[in-house]
Design a protein around this ligand. Structure first.
Ligand code: GSH
Length: 212
């Protein structure tokens, strides 16, 4: 069985959504990110991954995969019939990769990560200015599309849904982009998304707040 190391409402939420959409069973291990400990047994999370970051997906053969873009594509390819990623060789597969990279680098690492880890210590003015420019890209793309890639839900949508959810606590009101607000509402209406959020919000009450 696959295993996912996650932290409540961290970027690993996208992997939980993908696993749920794929109908794949998995064992979930909660990680405390600030102390880098695994809640199961208080062990050092860096022993699982030296990166000390979630998500970590433990594969059936025991190998450990990190990086949301890789983990999400692995989950999609583990259940191709769920259609969570275009097949390899389909030109849209590169569009999927394009979006996963954009969300991971331009929204997560360029904005959410510093905002949640460094709080507002005066160094965040530039990322705050830039995020408006960044979000104009998916906003324009989604103005006349239901999903990021093709005409069905993919793991890129799982990733963007997580990022949009975190923007509000990061101080960005996405109401200024009606297509993004409408998209997030559509995504939150999906049972997989709703269930994943409900599970992690419940767990979040029991653990210290997580950075992004
Ligand atoms: N590039 C990685 C970033 C993963 C990441 O930064 N995860 C955050 C949670 S959203 C984390 O675990 N941070 C802890 C740390 O970096 O120390 C990915 O896309 O998966």
């Amino acid at each position: 069985m696959l295993q996912l190391y996650f932290s409540p409402m961290a970027c690993s939420l996208a992997s939980r959504i993908a696993l749920t959409e794929a109908g794949l069973d998995a064992r979930y291990h909660l990680v405390h990110l600030r102390t880098k400990t695994v809640a199961d047994d208080d062990s050092d999370f860096r022993g699982v991954s030296p990166k000390g970051a979630v998500p970590v997906l433990v594969l059936e053969n025991g190998d450990r995969l990190t990086e949301s873009a890789a983990v999400l594509q692995y989950i999609a390819d583990a259940k191709p019939e769920a259609g969570l990623a275009p097949r390899i060789g389909d030109p849209d597969r590169y569009r999927l990769h394009e979006w996963l990279s954009f969300i991971g680098a331009e929204i997560h690492k360029a904005f959410l990560f510093p905002t949640f880890w460094y709080k507002d210590d005066g160094s965040l003015a530039k990322p705050r200015a830039r995020i408006t420019q960044t979000l104009a890209v998916p906003s324009a793309h989604l103005a006349d599309r239901e999903f990021l890639v093709g005409d069905r839900f993919t793991v890129a949508d799982a990733h963007l849904t997580w990022a949009l959810l975190l923007l509000r606590p990061a101080g960005v009101d996405i109401a200024q982009w009606p297509s993004l607000s409408a998209y997030l509402a559509r995504m939150q209406a999906r049972p997989s998304v709703r269930d994943a959020i409900a599970t992690e919000m419940e767990l979040r009450k029991t653990v210290p707040a997580n950075p992004a």
